[in-house]
Ligand binder design. Structure first.
Ligand code: NCD
Ligand code: ZN
Length: 349
């Protein structure tokens, strides 16, 4: 297989940040993907429909300023807090621009300080989301400091996600950026109301990559990469074609200076070559049968959105990922900087 043409894909989990940083990254996604769920963990976070609409306008303005305009649609989501009002959920569910609400357990990841401190506080919110059909996107990691960092996803499933699933069986849930065999088993044991996104970096690296010859801050993200056996399970799930698994890059730009620091930020910037990374992952399995299903079909069908009209072509061809990309006040180090990619999208020629 040397050439792949698929329906234009979507990224179901993306961090764009805000002006002036967004301008440095949005084109990387827009040139490969038709739509993306734009994560709301700005500082301050995007908590209301009015804030989401204003953020959407800023994204559209950034896109309009690009030299070659791409038809890219940002899909907005709200950041849930202890104080999210049921009224806000109702309004969000009626908006054609808002497609979900994101649960960040407080302290779980970048800009999650305003997140949810206790799940019980969201009972009425979950009830309203279930009633109105608004998708719940979940950062699935336990936050108690006593929980080992490599066990946080597993413990979250046991202590929190199973309970949400049981208490709100009709609630549509996306278990974001899954990293473990346990998460895959959990997804498979649930019905079609629960799905999961899988990132390119969790398909390509295991936890050794964080410590290869020294500490590698550009391989640090949350949830943290796990053992090789988990990566193998993720590869199997992503390439299986099962409707509950789809692409979400979790591309999360942080400046070089904030990554290469005594306390480096969590986040891997994959958007520059996201589709090529997914192709590399499928290539490792040697089976592209469900490449389009994973990238362009399953997510749209879970979110109840039409498939995209266009298509995109990838060719087997070598190219080097830049060492660094422009980013305000610093630079941005892309995932696998300086390494060789074996796939190339046509418009990257
Ligand atoms: C994300 C970020 O930087 O916003 N970081 C990450 O490591 N994935 C937040 C998130 O999705 O956890
Ligand atoms: Zn994320």
């Amino acid at each position: 297989m040397n050439k792949l043409t698929i329906i234009t894909p979507d990224d179901w989990h993306l961090h764009l940040r805000d002006t002036p940083y967004m301008e440095a990254v949005v084109n990387h996604t827009a040139r490969q993907f038709a739509r993306a769920i734009i994560m709301p963990n700005l500082s301050p976070p995007v908590r209301t429909c009015a804030e989401a609409m204003a953020y959407r306008q800023r994204i559209l303005a950034a896109l309009a300023a690009l030299p070659a305009q791409s038809a890219f649609t940002p899909l907005m989501t709200l950041y849930l807090t202890d104080n999210t009002q049921v009224e806000e959920i109702r309004e969000a569910s009626q908006s054609e621009y808002i497609h979900g609400a994101k649960l960040y357990p407080a302290g779980a990841t970048t800009n999650s300080e305003a997140g949810v401190t206790e799940l019980a506080k969201l009972d009425r919110v979950f009830e309203a989301m279930q009633e109105h059909g608004l998708v719940l996107q979940v950062h699935g990691e336990a936050t108690a400091p006593t929980v080992d960092v490599f066990d946080r996803e597993k413990v979250f499933i046991e202590e929190s996600l199973s309970k949400i699933r049981k208490d709100f069986p009709q609630l549509k849930i996306v278990f974001e950026h899954i990293t473990t065999r346990e998460a895959i088993d959990f997804v498979r044991a649930c019905d079609a109301n629960l799905a999961a996104t899988i990132t390119p970096h969790h398909l390509l690296i295991n936890r050794n990559a964080i410590f290869e010859g020294g500490i590698r801050p550009h391989h640090y993200c949350l949830p943290i990469a796990k053992r090789e056996q988990h990566r193998q399970s993720l590869l199997e799930a992503a390439t299986s074609g099962e409707s509950q698994f789809f692409a979400g890059t979790d591309s999360a730009p942080h400046s070089r200076s904030s990554k290469e620091s005594g306390c480096g930020c969590a986040g891997i910037y994959s958007a520059f070559s996201a589709l090529e990374f997914y192709a590399e992952a499928f290539d490792q399995v040697g089976d592209f049968t469900h490449f389009e299903t994973f990238l362009s079909r399953n997510g749209a069908s879970f979110y109840g959105l039409p498939l995209n009209q266009g298509s995109i072509t990838l060719k087997r061809s070598e190219c080097i990922i830049p060492d660094s990309l422009p980013y305000p006040d610093s630079s941005l180090i892309p995932f696998r900087a300086g390494q060789t990619l074996h796939w190339k999208t046509a418009d990257n020629d």
